[in-house]
Design a protein around this ligand. Structure first.
Ligand SMILES: Nc1ncnc2c1ncn2[C@@H]1O[C@H](COP(=O)(O)OP(=O)(O)OP(=O)(O)O)[C@@H](O)[C@H]1O
Ligand SMILES: [Mg+2]
Length: 315
């Protein structure tokens, strides 16, 4: 089971318009609205591929109820902590031919200390029955970055394995807690390691994490660096480095990283932890996501057929 930490969800609204002009009225050709925020994207992607998913979400208000209903409709099980206020909405406008988005992300509301404490207690409970606990994206405003370390430690205490895909101070805090898997994009990897080249970055991240985990008597980690259309590098528990690509390129890559992660975890559950095989499913889902408008919205058959065409090489 995959118990997804979703502390800062959002209603994601994507308008497809030819051009965004300041001060003008726009009439979108199409509107795509999804329960979003990175955690819920990962949850929906994993569910689309048939994964057993529990979304542990912090929600508020009418927007929160809309998200809860949407997840239920998509077969994502939920464990919801209700906060006061209103869950945020994030607005994007993209040109349907190039896909290039203009984005407006609300920060979200600050949960009170009691609400946050109740939320992390639900993460501990949800992680009990889980094999994987992904932690993606931002924390709500007012929650200190060190909460990421706490969440990683709670997953471990519950006997689950943590996967971190965050950035900035939250990522640094999560790394200090030595998670089982780190998955970042090439920019985030460069910030962490100083290496612009993703193969060098993934090796450095694996070494860093292996050192931290070894010092605590924990098993070998996995590090992943995704490189947009250039595919992804994965350093497995034996420190073998794999590079994977799919020869398919779409105009809507927003949420491809989240689709990659949700699919990777489903792949690991399906294959009994064949990392290079799961990388193929991750690449298939990420590319299928880029073909359709809307984050973590893709056709599972297309994802699996692209996965079969993926090229995975030891590098
Ligand atoms: N335009 C694209 N077409 C096809 N596949 C893509 C495209 N962009 C990215 N991908 C796939 O998605 C994976 C993740 O993309 P990327 O490195 O951009 O992640 P990201 O920046 O974390 O994305 P996000 O945070 O928006 O989910 C890549 O490794 C690649 O396999
Ligand atoms: Mg990302």
């Amino acid at each position: 089971m995959i118990a997804v930490v979703s502390p800062n969800p959002s209603i994601d609204k994507l308008f497809l318009v030819d051009e965004v002009r300041l001060g003008a009225i726009h009439r979108p050709q199409e509107l795509v609205v999804t329960p979003g925020g990175k955690g819920l994207n990962v949850a929906r992607a994993a569910r689309t591929l048939g994964g057993d998913v529990l979304a542990i979400a912090l929600l508020a208000g009418h927007a929160g109820h809309w998200i809860a209903d949407g997840l239920l409709e998509q077969g994502v099980r939920t464990d919801i902590t209700w906060a006061t206020g209103e869950t945020r909405t994030s607005l994007s406008a993209a040109d349907p031919s190039s896909g290039r988005p203009t984005e407006f992300y609300e920060r979200g509301e600050m949960p009170g200390p009691d609400t946050w404490e109740a939320y992390v207690a639900r993460v501990s409970a949800g992680a009990q029955g889980a094999r994987w606990v992904p932690l993606s994206g931002s924390l709500p405003p007012g929650v200190p970055a060190t909460a990421s370390a706490d969440l990683v430690e709670r997953a471990r205490a519950a006997g689950a394995r943590s996967v971190v895909d965050q950035h900035g101070a939250a990522l640094a805090a999560a790394l200090a807690a030595a998670p089982d898997v780190i998955k970042v994009n090439a920019n985030e990897a460069r910030e962490l390691t100083g290496h612009a080249e993703p193969r060098a970055a993934v090796a450095a991240l694996h070494e860093l994490l292996a050192g931290r985990r070894g010092a605590q008597g924990l098993g070998a980690p996995v590090a992943i660096v995704t490189g947009g259309e250039d595919g992804a590098f994965l350093a497995d528990p034996e420190a073998t480095i794999w590079h994977g690509t799919v020869d398919a390129h779409g105009p809507f890559p927003t949420g491809s990283g989240d689709s990659f992660l949700g699919a990777l975890l489903v792949g690991l559950e399906e294959t009994g932890e064949d990392w290079s095989g799961s990388l193929a499913l991750a690449l298939g889902a990420a590319a299928a996501n880029a073909e359709l408008a809307g984050a973590a919205l893709f056709d599972p058959r297309r994802a699996r057929s692209l996965a079969e065409q993926a090229r995975i090489e030891r590098v």
